[in-house]
Design a protein around this ligand. Structure first.
Ligand code: CP
Length: 319
C-alpha cells in the first residue's frame, strides 16, 4: 500500500504518524526546526512562509500545549489561523467529520490540524482529500486516540538530539501507561528510525503494550531495573480515569512502584534527562522535586514544540 503521508514524488503531503516515515524526512524536519529555534531570539519572530494560507485547528479533544503551539507556529509563519470551536460547531448537530472538512475546504482551507479521540480520524480526512485529488490540502495529526502523536514524537526527538547530540549510543526508557499512549508509540517508531540501540518500556504488566518486543523494545515491570544506566527517561501521564480500575491500583500504590523520585532518578546515568509530554500529574507519575529539578527538560520540550511545528507546516506547504 502507498504511504498516504507522501505524494507521488515521495514528499510529505500529510503528517499522520511516525511509523513508516523515512529517516531523511524526520531529519529534514529536525534540521528545519533548528533554523526556527534561532528565530525565537529575534525581536521580530515572524517569517512569511505561509502568508496567504489558512490553517484550521480542529481539536475534538482537549489540549493546552499542542493547540496553542500550533497556533503560535502558524502565526509565526504568517498564516491565517482559525480555531474551530468544536463545542459550538455543527458537529453538535450531527454533521459528519468529512462534511465539516468539505465545508471548511470550501472556505479555502490549506491545512487542517486535527486532534480526535478516535484513532484514525486524521487518516480518514487525509484519505478523503487524496481520493478527491485535493493535492493543495494538508492534514497534520495532532493526536488521535491511542494511535499516534507525531509532532509530539518529533519534538521529543528534537529535545533528545539537542541534549544528547547522537541517537546511536543511547538507552531510552519510557515509563508508565504505555498501552494507552499515542506519545509512546510515536516516540518508539522515531527512536527506532533514528537508530537508538536500546529502548525500554517500564510499567505494571497491565499497562505495558504487546507487540513492542517485535520492534526490539525491552519491557520491565520493575522500575529500578528498567531505569538502570539510561540516558533519557520519558515519563507518561497516568490517565487518572484509569486509576482504581482493574488496570491500576490507587494513585499512591502507583507512585510507590513507578513514580519518578530523586532516588530512582539516581539509578540512571548522572547526566540523564527527564522528559514528559504533559500534562504532568505531580505525585502520581513524577515527584515535584524531579519535575522541577535540574535534569528535567519538560518545559524545553514545549518551547521546541513551536519550532518543530513551524518546520512541519512549512515543509508541508512546500517551503
Ligand atoms: N503533550 C500534549 O499533547 O499536551 P496537550 O494535550 O496539552 O496538547
Amino acid at each position: 500500500m502507498l504511504n498516504p503521508q507522501l505524494n507521488s514524488n515521495g514528499e510529505l503531503q500529510h503528517l499522520l504518524a511516525l511509523r513508516d516515515l523515512p529517516k531523511d524526512i524526520i531529519l529534514h524536519i529536525l534540521d528545519t526546526a533548528t533554523s526556527f529555534v534561532s528565530l525565537s531570539d529575534r525581536e521580530v519572530k515572524k517569517v512569511p512562509l505561509l502568508r496567504g494560507k489558512s490553517v484550521f485547528n480542529l481539536f475534538f479533544e482537549n489540549s493546552t500545549r499542542t493547540r496553542t503551539t500550533f497556533e503560535i507556529a502558524a502565526k509565526r509563519l504568517s498564516a491565517d489561523v482559525i480555531n474551530l470551536n468544536i463545542a459550538a460547531s455543527s458537529t453538535s448537530k450531527g454533521e459528519t467529520l468529512l462534511d465539516t472538512v468539505d465545508n471548511l475546504t470550501s472556505m479555502n482551507a490549506d491545512m487542517f490540524v486535527v486532534r480526535h479521540s478516535q484513532s484514525g480520524a486524521p487518516f480518514l480526512i487525509a484519505k478523503h482529500i487524496n481520493d478527491h485529488k485535493r493535492h493543495h490540502l494538508h492534514v497534520v495529526n495532532a493526536g488521535d486516540g491511542r494511535h499516534a502523536h507525531p509532532t509530539q514524537g518529533l519534538l521529543d526527538m528534537y529535545t533528545i538530539r539537542h541534549y544528547k547530540k547522537d541517537f546511536t549510543n543511547l538507552k531510552v526508557a519510557i515509563v508508565g501507561d504505555v498501552v494507552h499512549s499515542r506519545v509512546a508509540r510515536s516516540d518508539i517508531h522515531a527512536l527506532k528510525t533514528l537508530g537508538v540501540p536500546e529502548i525500554r518500556t517500564i510499567g505494571p504488566a497491565t499497562l505495558l503494550a504487546s507487540g513492542l518486543s517485535e520492534l526490539g523494545v525491552r519491557q520491565f515491570t520493575n522500575m529500578e531495573e528498567g531505569l538502570k544506566d539510561v540516558d533519557v527517561i520519558i515519563m507518561l501521564r497516568v490517565q487518572n480515569e484509569r486509576i482504581n480500575s482493574a488496570l491500576l491500583p490507587t494513585t499512591q500504590e502507583f507512585f510507590k512502584s513507578y513514580g519518578l523520585t530523586a532516588e530512582r532518578l539516581a539509578l540512571a546515568k548522572p547526566d540523564a534527562i527527564v522528559m514528559h509530554p504533559g500534562p504532568i500529574n505531580r505525585g502520581v507519575e513524577i515527584d515535584s522535586a524531579v519535575a522541577d529539578g535540574s535534569q528535567a527538560v519538560i518545559l524545553s520540550q514545549v518551547t521546541f514544540g513551536i519550532a518543530v511545528r513551524m518546520a512541519v507546516m512549512s515543509i508541508l506547504a512546500g517551503n
